[in-house]
Write a protein that binds this ligand. Structure first.
Ligand code: ADP
Ligand code: MG
Length: 349
């Protein structure tokens, strides 16, 4: 819009020449495209989150917030993505972070040969430890979900990294009203977010409960036909460990862990630190009570459930993308072009 462009000009943002060359697309989020990039001087590889300024219109605070949060915490914990650089060009904002070469959490699980409850517990422990660190620093992530959990490398023992701090907020900062309820699915959101009675640290523990449920069966606990029904189910924590065939071999301690996360009253819910000492994520207790392969291989059931839903969601995503294009007059994330020496096709070697 013309008025917006004038506003940007008036603000005179710092425009710098780009010191990176971008390559293939690694992923796309609600308001950004993430591309592989190489620093021209050092030859080092990174990930660049490219955000088109035209797409931002009014949502600049989300990027600024992500930068502030990442700067504050990104060096301090091995399970949090490190922010390396930040700059803007005429049309885009660039957040340069470490490259997570191991892919998204769930894709990785699906590629494994076998997968046990103890593997899920390890992943949850890593996530919780980063979340407890964030909470100790007064930061709530607010957008924890499998797509925002990435592996650092393709190796088996790779660190899991929390990415995407776009919605997180530093708690003592003057509250800004993020569009929590309008972006994405409500799937991982805590009841108090819909009730507008709170969005503090407990929302992350709720999300961890949903992620844990998902990691054990391949579908989310409040999955319904519409967002409205899903939200209504969340408000009364209407979920169960069914169909039985996918839950039969899941331990009581895992179920109890989920229950303590999916507790409606945020005050009664476990804290991240309490969750870290729960038997479900405690390796020694697990070893004592039957070993790592107890409960059997969960992978066949998970893959089946996940693929069934992925097909459905892909169809919904396509419809949403079409609607978005119609709304925005065709301006995609890359609408302004990548001014950072992009190599079309993404090959630079
Ligand atoms: P958004 O805020 O738009 O959701 P994200 O930060 O979640 O953006 O990134 C979108 C997707 O891009 C992620 O789900 C992931 O697949 C991919 N991605 C993000 N950061 C990295 C990274 N550092 N390395 C590799 N892939 C990444
Ligand atoms: Mg994301």
């Amino acid at each position: 819009m013309a008025s917006n462009a004038q506003g940007e000009q008036a603000a005179k943002p710092q425009i710098q020449p780009c010191r990176y060359k971008t390559g293939k697309t690694l992923g796309a989020g609600s308001y950004s495209v993430v591309k592989e990039c190489v620093h021209i001087d050092t030859g080092r590889f990174y990930a660049a989150k490219v955000i088109n300024k035209r797409m931002m219109q009014g949502r600049e605070h989300m990027v600024r917030n992500e930068i502030v949060v990442l700067k504050r915490v990104s060096m301090g914990h091995q399970n949090i993505l490190t922010l390396v650089d930040y700059f803007e060009t005429m049309n885009n904002l660039y957040l340069v972070t470490d490259l997570a070469l191991g892919g998204e959490l769930f894709d990785r699980i699906c590629r494994k040969g076998s997968y046990y409850e103890s593997d899920a517990a390890d992943l949850i422990r890593a996530t919780l430890s980063a979340v407890a660190y964030l909470h100790d620093h007064g930061i709530v992530h607010r957008d924890l979900k499998p797509e925002n959990l990435l592996f650092r490398t393709p190796e088996d023992n790779a660190d899991l990294l929390i990415a995407d701090f776009g919605l997180s907020r530093i708690m003592d900062e003057e509250a800004f009203h993020v569009l929590t309820t309008t972006c994405g699915t409500p799937g991982y959101m805590a009841p108090e977010i819909f009730k507008k009675t709170g969005h503090g640290k407990p929302v992350d523990v709720w999300a961890i409960g949903v992620i844990t449920y998902f990691l054990l069966c391949g579908y989310t606990p409040f999955d319904r036909d519409s967002n409205l029904e899903e939200m209504q189910a969340i408000l009364i924590a209407d979920y169960s460990f069914t169909p039985l065939e996918y839950w039969r071999s899941v331990s009581l301690s895992a179920r109890e862990f989920i229950k303590r996360c999916l507790t409606i009253d945020p005050q009664q819910r476990m804290t991240a630190h309490e969750a870290l000492s729960h038997p479900f994520v405690n390796d020694e207790i697990r070893e004592r009570e039957g070993g790592r392969e107890q409960g059997g291989d969960l992978l066949p059931g998970i893959k089946k459930n996940f693929n069934a839903r992925r097909t459905l969601h892909a169809a919904i995503d396509t419809i949403m993308a079409i609607n978005k294009l119609r709304e925005g007059g065709g301006g995609g994330v890359d609408g302004g072009g990548d001014e950072c020496g992009s190599e079309e096709g993404g090959e630079w070697e």
